[in-house]
Design a protein around this ligand. Structure first.
Ligand code: SF4
Length: 143
């Protein structure tokens, strides 16, 4: 179980998780003294530059790039391909690289280039999300 955001949101997440556990007949999650604390409290004022500061520099570059993705309702980037670019960017932006790697991506660099050319940000005349760079990172290549 992972919660992000305010403690209230995390608590709500735990309640939702426990409701599901109860529904499927499993024991609810109960905090026990000594359990590893995964909640990271940050000092105020929290600046956007601090967002990824617990990650290695190389990961931060990729996460910031993925965060540029607008998570379009109807992504123009993938065209007729089945690739879930939006889902990959969403997972990558929060450091869920393992989850992002489970979403299949074409290995063909030309196909990935076409994704970038069709990115809404490129179609608007701006800099597209660097899909090839993120894909390369997820494939285990150095950036
Ligand atoms: S079109 Fe661009 S901004 Fe939209 S989901 Fe695809 S990569 Fe992200």
């Amino acid at each position: 179980m992972m919660g992000t955001g305010t403690p209230t949101v995390s608590t709500e997440g735990l309640s939702a998780a426990n409701a599901i556990l109860k529904k499927v007949g499993r024991e609810p999650y109960v905090y026990k003294c000594g359990l590893k604390d995964y909640v990271r409290l940050v000092s105020k004022p929290f600046q956007s530059e601090q967002l990824f500061d617990i990650y290695p520099a190389e990961d931060q570059v990729i996460m910031r790039e993925a965060l540029r993705c607008r998570l379009c309702e109807r992504p123009s980037c993938a065209g007729r391909e089945e690739a879930d670019i939006r889902g990959i960017m969403r997972r990558t932006a929060v450091g869920n690289f393992a989850g992002a790697r489970k979403r299949p991506l074409p290995a063909d660099a030309e196909v990935l280039l076409q994704f970038e050319k069709r990115c809404i940000m490129a179609l608007e005349g701006g800099q597209p999300v660097a899909i090839r760079k993120v894909a390369s990172f997820l494939a285990g290549n150095t950036i």
